[in-house]
Design a protein around this ligand. Sequence first.
Ligand code: HEM
Ligand SMILES: CC(C)=CCC/C(C)=C/CC/C(C)=C/COP(=O)(O)OP(=O)(O)O
Length: 301
Amino acid sequence: MKLSTDLTLSKFLNTETLAAYYELTKPGITLTVLASMLIGFILGSGNGIDYMLMLHAALGTWLIASGTAAHNQFMEWRYDGKMKRTQKRPVPASKISPRQSVFFSLGLIIGGLIYLILVVNYVAGLVSLLTTLIYLGIYTPMKRISVANVFIGAIPGALPPVGGWAAATGHLGSTAMWVLFAIVFLWQVPHVMAIAWVCKDDYSTAGFKMLPKDDPKGYKAVALILPCLFLLLPVCYGLYWVDMNSWLYLAGSLLSSLVFLYYGIIFTRDRDKPSAKKLMFASFGYLPAVWAFVIIDLLLL
Ligand code: HEM
Ligand SMILES: CC(C)=CCC/C(C)=C/CC/C(C)=C/COP(=O)(O)OP(=O)(O)O
């Protein structure tokens, strides 16, 4: 009995298995989610940041966000196995079994939720629970039903700054918090549409509906992307308007939004994979840039 426990433990602890579990948590997306939560926490804190509380909020959010991302990979492993982009993920590549991925992901979700409720506050816990439920319960199945999934997926995507705000303040009533929500919500539409164009064939082979129907020339995709890119300009102005940040943030975020818009316009003109790829990379840079301007502005001015 002892020997078999030791063998299971040593198998679990070998570096390849640990790397596979880490990959199951979608580290890139999860880290950006964590950064968005921290921005909500810092702005929600006003002048006095409680660093200990911030650390607890980060740990709880990291646990539940990782678990949520891992559970999405469990739910989609058969479809992921059909796409070039995702077929090397741990479950389709048989590095982790579906059963192991369920235990691991549910453990992280439940652990993170309890941690947030007990150590941070129940509002932050409830926001995270709502995030997980919308992402796994509505968005994930909807990806195979309708392109409207982008507007549903954008809700859990944009809730982490709200969770951060709730963690710092214990409540949800603030214009600045909804401005943060709007920035991430609007950013996701070009982010997702650009990726959907780049991975067009892959997504349709796996049966995902990520692009508008009957849109071979990409006009419908452009109609979704451009309004969001234009709206990011006044929405970014919102944080300056509510006095959360000053001119340095304003200049940096408007410049970032203009660069993002520029790549949106290039895509509007060309509507092909190379221009979609450029827009996709611009989307990867946009949020980190805006968050960096929020922080630099707070530190310097
Ligand atoms: C409906 C919403 C979203 C969809 C469908 C989506 C989809 C994707 C996909 C498919 C990729 C991989 C692109 C590639 O293979 O090159 C990606 C990359 C990325 N996404 Fe998103 N995403 C969404 C929302 C978000 C949110 C809310 C965040 C974080 C706040 C985020 C952060 C990132 C980051 C950092 C990357 C690049 C690194 C990586 O691939 O892990 N995404 N996204
Ligand atoms: C605090 C907390 C619970 C945070 C969780 C937030 C979270 C996981 C947001 C994900 C946003 C999103 C829609 C990603 C794309 O997933 P996808 O399934 O389209 O990506 P894929 O095709 O690469 O699997």
